[in-house]
Design a protein around this ligand. Structure first.
Ligand code: GCO
Ligand code: MG
Length: 412
């Protein structure tokens, strides 16, 4: 259906902070059909707000909302300055809002437009963490009780004050970990790779012994190791059969993974900070990873990520979409529709949003037996509640950064 009614009448960039910051693009057509896109880039939210508001919105008004591929190519190529997280998050927001509009216009849940369901539900992984091994065990038990059937485990390391993925507060029921701090400046954390390498394998061994062979276990090294350290860690963890080891080295050096791959059969996941198919060229062609970690939100939307995953599929590389709380419920819904539809689905991350967040973003997904399903509402199945959003104005927040013991800045 193309005609005057499908022209974009308004494009609003909405910012709200129900517990944490979210940026949402809302497009409305002349016919009154609304589409939502997630534009949240944790700790750099307002850069995307400006990119959209100041540069993209004026170009959207009057465009045909049905022309998704053309709009994607236009935004990507006409900017001249391509790729990068700010640009690709902005492109993603427009792309997902247009898919939402197309599916709502068709009266179908988005996954139907992507080829229909390839599975009954989307296996997701939850998160467990502990400052001590007994605390980690409790955290795993509570994730199992929440219904998760695959679990990422993160642990404190003796001698390090604050470790990625582990709250410094005692656990309070449901896993809560919000890396961004509402503070005027980034919080400093500390790091010691040798201490981490000594400590982690024993913890994973204990978890495997306690919870048995069947439970898929994942771990995120969060970009901190050198290639040879990552190779050693992969080898040390082989007996415990990890589902994946994530971001073992900083993602921008694709060649680093050659060395890691050469030494270990532990499956590797990488790419939550990558944004385009070009960032994956070497990783996929040389089969250096097993899972693509990019989210719909940060990799150019459904259109951008599907292109990456089709390329990956030729090499039996599967999806493992990033799904922390800084991907909004709109971004999570888009991911879940895509995960349901593609053939080379692997697993999806799911860090449940807070009650406050869920009041702003009304959702229709289903959650049962460790699997998500996006539901049968037309479009993404998410509605934005302006009244609830208005109660939570934007608050500046930063991700932390790391220093080594001698004061050197290190990857966080
Ligand atoms: C993950 C990620 C996140 C990131 C966060 C940054 O695997 O879920 O590493 O926890 O640190 O999304 O904004
Ligand atoms: Mg990660």
């Amino acid at each position: 259906m193309t005609g005057a009614g499908s022209l974009i009448r308004s494009a609003e960039v909405l910012v709200t902070s129900p517990g944490r910051n979210f940026v949402t693009l809302r497009l409305t057509t002349e016919d009154g059909v609304v589409g939502l896109g997630d534009a949240t880039l944790n700790g750099r939210e307002l850069a995307v707000v400006s990119y959209l508001r100041d540069h993209v919105v004026p170009m959207l008004i009057g465009r045909d909302a049905q022309r998704i591929e053309d709009t994607w190519q236009f935004l990507y190529r006409s900017a001249y300055w391509r790729r990068g997280p700010v640009t690709m998050t902005a492109v993603a927001a427009v792309d997902v809002a247009l898919w939402d509009i197309k599916a709502r216009t068709a009266g179908l849940p988005l996954y139907q437009l992507l080829g229909g369901a390839s599975r009954d539900g989307v296996l997701v992984y939850g998160h467990a963490a502990g400052r001590t091994t007994p605390e980690l065990f409790d955290s795993i038990r509570s994730q199992l009780a929440e219904g998760f059937r695959a679990i990422r485990v993160q642990t404190s390391v003796p001698g390090i004050d604050k470790v990625y993925g582990v709250s410094s507060q005692p656990p309070t029921g449901r896993y809560q970990y919000e890396p961004a701090h509402r503070a005027p400046l980034p919080v400093e954390e500390d790091w010691d790779s040798r201490a981490y390498l000594r400590h982690l394998p024993g913890v994973v061994e204990a978890v495997r012994a306690e919870f048995g062979a069947e439970l898929p276990l994942l771990h995120d090294a969060h970009h901190r190791l050198t290639p040879i350290q990552a190779a050693r860690l992969g080898k040390d963890l082989e007996p415990y059969d990890l589902f994946w080891l994530e971001d073992c080295t900083p993602a921008e050096n694709q060649e680093a993974l050659r060395l890691v791959r050469h030494h270990t059969t532990t499956p590797l996941a990488l790419g939550e900070v990558l944004n385009t198919i070009w960032d994956y060229q070497t990783l996929i062609r040389e089969q250096l990873i097993d899972y693509v970690r990019s989210s719909v939100t940060h990799a150019g939307g459904i259109t951008g990520l599907r292109r990456i995953l089709d390329f990956a599929g030729q090499y039996q590389i599967k999806s493992g979409m990033h799904g922390p709380t800084d991907v909004s419920p709109v971004g999570m819904a888009a991911a879940t529709h895509l995960s349901l539809a593609i053939h080379n689905f692997g697993i999806q991350e799911y860090m449940q949003h807070s009650r406050l967040t869920d009041e702003v973003f009304r959702q229709s997904f289903r959650w049962a037996d460790g699997h998500l399903h996006p539901g049968e509402e037309p479009g993404l199945g998410v509605d934005y509640d302006d009244d609830a959003a208005g109660r939570h104005p934007y608050e500046p927040a930063y991700l932390p950064f790391n220093r080594l013991k001698d004061g050197t800045v290190h990857d966080w």
